[in-house]
Ligand binder design. Structure first.
Ligand code: DAH
Length: 331
């Protein structure tokens, strides 16, 4: 290798490099691991040659660094004059997310119950026949037990059809007094229509204490309905049947859409059905080892989408699951 020729070549290449990319290529060619100079340095046997080659390396590095800085500055200057920024153009819109209406409604419900001293629990969605039906005293022939109505995972396990199994889990795990609310998804094999969807949310309340009465149940639901739909709401009960409560009732809330003047939503009755409720059947208490002579309980279960529909005047359940941003942005 002729060091002088190499230096001349390298300096010529540095001088003609016209961009930072090109100078980078020059650096690799003359100083890279496989460059002539690096290979020569590795072969050096005497001090004198070593010193000379190292000095050459330093000169080349200096020349390349200097040229690179020059080119980088020139490129920046060019960019600053060419890419002119029009500061009067409108900025890009910042896309902030919003909470889903189901989540918003769920939080209102949770807050209302927390205010009453209830514990909020999150329970499993895959249940067993034992918890979803047997412990809730569903008759062996009850239609909900069939594969036509319910999504089964296997013979024993299914997607819960209601949040009521949470009652059993909580009563098995603790001694009364119990005040709990469980919120979450439930599943039913329904066709999708304007008002039905095979998956939806419920909130389930359970209170077990000494001497609870229907008045306590009614007062509790009234509190939550007022938190959801405003101070003017009233609650009334219609008798009904549920396997795990006795007596069983369906609570109605005075129509929050028309304030009882009569509208399509309440079918001009002034009242809207909310869900199910009742006094916990003594048999259910006995099954979980709670003494029904000493303890009484009330329970209720209502739809969360239903509540959100009433809060916001939405006539269908489908939009809650379509997640169309044009809908969701309105909340
Ligand atoms: N689980 C019932 C349903 O989905 C609603 C219900 C009725 C819940 C009575 C309760 C209750 O806690 O006591 O239709």
């Amino acid at each position: 290798m002729d060091p002088q020729a190499l230096e001349n070549d390298a300096l010529a290449a540095v001088a003609t490099a016209a961009s930072t990319d090109e100078i980078e290529r020059v650096r690799v060619e003359y100083l890279g691991r496989k460059s002539e100079l690096k290979l020569a340095l590795r072969e050096v046997r005497d001090r004198e040659t070593g010193t000379a080659l190292n000095a050459l390396r330093e000169r080349l590095e200096g020349a390349i660094d200097g040229r690179e800085a020059e080119l980088a500055r020139a490129e920046l200057d060019r960019q600053l004059t060419e890419d002119v920024v029009d500061v009067t153009l409108p900025g890009e819109e910042f896309q902030l997310g919003t909470l889903h209406p189901t989540t918003l409604t769920r939080r209102i419900i949770e807050d209302a119950f927390l205010g009453l001293g209830y514990e909020v629990i999150d329970d499993r969605e895959v249940e067993t026949v034992h918890y979803n039906f047997d412990q809730l005293a569903f008759a062996p022939t009850h239609p909900s037990r069939s594969h036509r109505d319910t999504f089964f995972v296997d013979d024993e396990r299914l997607l819960r059809t209601e949040t009521s199994p949470s009652q059993i889990h909580v009563m098995e795990a603790k001694q009364p007094p119990i005040y709990m609310v469980s919120l979450g998804r439930v599943y039913r094999r329904d066709e999708i229509t304007a008002t039905r969807f095979p998956i939806f949310h419920q909130f389930e309340g359970l209170a077990v204490d000494r001497s609870l009465t229907l008045a306590d149940l009614k007062g509790t639901l009234l509190h939550v309905m007022r938190a959801l739909f405003g101070e003017q709401r009233q609650v009334r009960f219609r008798t009904h049947f549920f396997p795990f409560t006795e007596p069983s009732m369906e609570p109605d809330v005075s129509c929050p859409i028309c304030d009882m003047r009569g509208c399509r939503t309440c079918k001009f009755t002034g009242w809207i059905e909310l869900g199910g409720s009742g006094m916990v059947d003594p048999e259910v208490l006995t099954n979980v080892g709670i003494e029904p002579e000493e303890w009484t309980g009330f329970a209720f279960g209502c739809g969360i989408e239903r509540s959100a529909q009433l809060r916001h005047g939405i006539s269908e359940i489908r939009p809650f699951w379509e997640n169309d941003l044009r809908t969701l942005r309105q909340f």
